[in-house]
Design a protein around this ligand. Sequence first.
Ligand SMILES: *Cc1c(COP(=O)(O)O)cnc(C)c1O
Length: 437
Amino acid sequence: MSMGYAKETICIQSGWKPKNGEPRVLPIYQSTTYKYETSQQMGKLFDLEEEGYFYTRLQNPTNDCVAQKICELEGGVAAMLTSSGQAANYYAVFNICEAGSHVVLSSTVYGGTFNLLTVTMKKMGIECTVVDPDASLEELNKAFKENTKCVFAETLANPALVVLDIEKFAMAAHGHQVPLIVDNTFATPVNCNPFQWGADIVTHSTTKYMDGHAMSVGGAIVDSGNFDWKKYADKYPGLCSPDESYHGITYVDKFGKKAYITKATVQLMRDLGSIQSPQNAFLLNIGLETLPLRMERHCQNALQVAEYLSGHEKVAWVNYPGLSGNKYYDLACKYMNGKTCGVISFGLKGGRAAAEEMMDHLSLAAIVTHVADARTCVLHPASHTHRQMTDDQLLEAGVAPDLIRFSVGIENVKDIIADLEHALSCIETDARMRDGK
Ligand SMILES: *Cc1c(COP(=O)(O)O)cnc(C)c1O
C-alpha cells in the first residue's frame, strides 16, 4: 500500500501496480468491452453483486488507476474520472440533487460552473442562492433553505483568485446538515487538501495543472467518505433509498463510504455517459507524475512576475494571493502554505483598451482560451471566457472589466518578464484616453 507516502511519491508510484511480468507503465486499456467465462458472471456485474468491468462507458481499468492516484493525493476514499471538469461538477452536484433541490453557490466560481448551475441546472428545477465567498458565517447561514442539498465553491477561484475560507464554508454547510463540495482545480492537491479543512467532496478540471501540458480535457470527483448521508436519509433519497434501476439496491447500505462515487458511476455515468477516454487518462497520468515539480516552478515564477508587475508604472493593480499584502495572503498561507498557483490577474492604468493593446504585443505569452499549463498564456475574461456576463455579474464574480488573466508557465522567468516588459513598453493608451478626455 502506498498510504502514507508523500505526494511526490504518490504521483509517481500510485495507481498502476504491475504484478509479476506485467508492463511497468500503465497500459491504455483501449477496449470498450470485457470478456467473461459464463453468462452468470456477467449477470452478477449488472446486479452490482460483483465488482468488475463490463463496459467502458461505466468504468475502464486505465481510468480507475488514474482516479486512484488522484484519490490518494486528496486523501479521499473513492474517486472517478469524467470527460471534463464541467462533467465532474455537474455529476458532483446532480448526484445528490434533483428537481426541487437548492444549492448554495459561491459567486466567484468559474464562469462555466456559474452557467451550469444558474442556467442549465435551473432548467432541471435545481435552484441556487449565490453568496459572496467573503460573507460572514452569519450571512452565509441566511442563504440556506429547507431544500438545500449542498454548498459549492472553489478553493482558489478562477479567475478572481479568491482563496476560500474552507473552514468557514464547511461550518456553514455542516451546520445545515449538507456537504461542502469544492473545486480544487487551481490549487491542486499539491498546494491544498480541502478534506483536511472540512470539505466533503472535491472536484477537478484535470484539464489544467494535473494534465499540465494542454493535451487533454478531463475531470475528476473525489469523496472524503466523511459525510454521513444515512443520518440525513430523508434529504438524500438517491443514496439512502432503493434504486429501482438496480433491483432495489440502496447505495449507502451496500457500498458504505463508497456510496457517493458508486452511485455517480453506476447511475450517472451509465445514464449520462461523460466518460474520460482511456487515452486521455493515460496522458493525464503522465502529467500527474510531474505535478509537484511543476507546481513548485509555477508558483516561484508567478511570485516573481507578480512582484515585477507590482513595481511597474503602467500597472494599476496586481492580484496574486501568494503576494504578501494581498487581501487573501493570510488565507493562502493557512490553506495553501502560501503557494496558491501560477495564475495572476492584473489591470493597467489605461484600463480595458490598454489591456487589449498590451496583449497584442506579447510574443512568448500566447492568447489562448486556456490556463494553468506549462506554457505561459494570457486571456482577457471580459472579452473572452466571461463575455456572456453583464458588468454587474462580472463584478460579482470578481472579474473587473480591465482584468488580464496571466497564467505563468514553467519557462525561465526572465524570458516571461522580458516579454511583459516589451509589451508594456508598447502601450500608448493611457488613462486619459480611456476616460475619453
Ligand atoms: C476549467 C475549469 C472548469 C471546467 O473544466 P473543463 O475541463 O474545461 O470542463 C471547472 N472549474 C474550474 C475551476 C476550471 O478552471
